[in-house]
Write a protein that binds this ligand. Sequence first.
Ligand code: PHE
Ligand code: NA
Length: 453
Amino acid sequence: MQRTTSIHGRWSHRWVFILAALGSSVGLGNIWKFPYITGENGGGTFVLIYLLCVVLIGLPLMMAEVLIGRRGRLSPVNAIALCARETSVSPRWQLLGWLGMLTGFLIFSFYSVVAAWILHYIPAMAKGVLAGAGIQQTSRYFEALLVSPERLILGHSAFVGVVMTVLALGVRRGLDRAVRIMMPALFFLLLLLLIYAANTGYFKHALVYLFHFDLEKVTPQSVLVAMGHAFFTLSLGMGAIMMYSAYMGRRDSIGRSVLWIGLLDTLIALMIGLAIFPIVFASQLDPASGPGLVFITLPVAFAQMPAGQVLGFVFFILVGLTALTSAISLMEPVTAWTVERFKVMRWQAALIWGVLAWLLGLAVLVSFETMSSLRFFSRNLFDWLNYFTSNLFLPLGGLGLAIFVGWKLSRRVTESELHLQQTWLYLAWYFAIRYLVPAALGIIFVANLYNII
Ligand code: PHE
Ligand code: NA
């Protein structure tokens, strides 16, 4: 009675699922957020807390998402409903699928704006527009870019266009092929950057910075940030991983796949840190320079280093690739759901959502221009979207999913679907999904809610 393949298709290999989920999880969170929040929260201490959160909260929640997706084999809304029906639980839980689709769509709309910045920086780096620039010039450059939507609209459109084309082509010809090409390219570029960073003479500083543990730097705030990031970076809480799991093979081990995804996402985050910080240190810049790290601080380093032009070019292509593979996963649930619900062709679903996402992204682009002050992270549409999705919707979605899987689904279903070799492993997971994950996400949600009021 259980389906072995989704109506949308299936990954060509067990590893393609892992690559695709990794493509979703390795994103701006790893390359843009992780380095600067590490910088702001005291380096190594923060990294250690973050690692604990990945293991204790991230992985159990990811297993929960994967098990629903694979059992349901449909978009989150329908996969949740199917699992609910199976255990005679109210199908209302599919609201979580709706929340997830909304969240994905909203995240996408500002992801594509960041992607437009990136697409602007790629040729700018190659041409050496910022050669020899100091921090004043690069911040002025970035601020000027923020308020010139006309210079970004092409990049924004191109990004939406590429994502929607991949989605329109479907699971096998689109997503499967895209991650098989893009993920190896991403690894390769990252390796190049690392080799360069290792030769700056500041690699050791970066190592110390990233791994030095100092108990005094542990604050409640940094624990909160670490918990929040652990599951944002793994793309949890909105059904992206759940959706990709629908295309997974029946026999593939959920535990092992999730372990790989968590391990590689973390490894890549650390590698990016080890690629970025030596470059920052070598140019005597501040590692704790906040959200501007990638667009303001690093360009200064690129402007001054030997071969910096090439380096900057490679770096921004890398950032662009990570944004692209994440963006695909943000829009796949809503695309697949539209196909299921309205029985339309995939390209039609992709086209409709592409147009809508393009319009919202445009509003975000323009919102920077009408800002009263040039301080780019004061609150405009971009900030609100970012804040609501990452800090409220995702934790809420994750919380709901944990309760649904831990408290509502029968143990028979979760146990047989996870199919773990050792009973104690199952019990550990069960404990985490019932208590640890809801507690952590509940705290994050309440704390973030409290922060805005
Ligand atoms: N995991 C992505 C990142 O680290 C962000 C993301 C969240 C992508 C949710 C898809 C879904 O940037
Ligand atoms: Na990530």
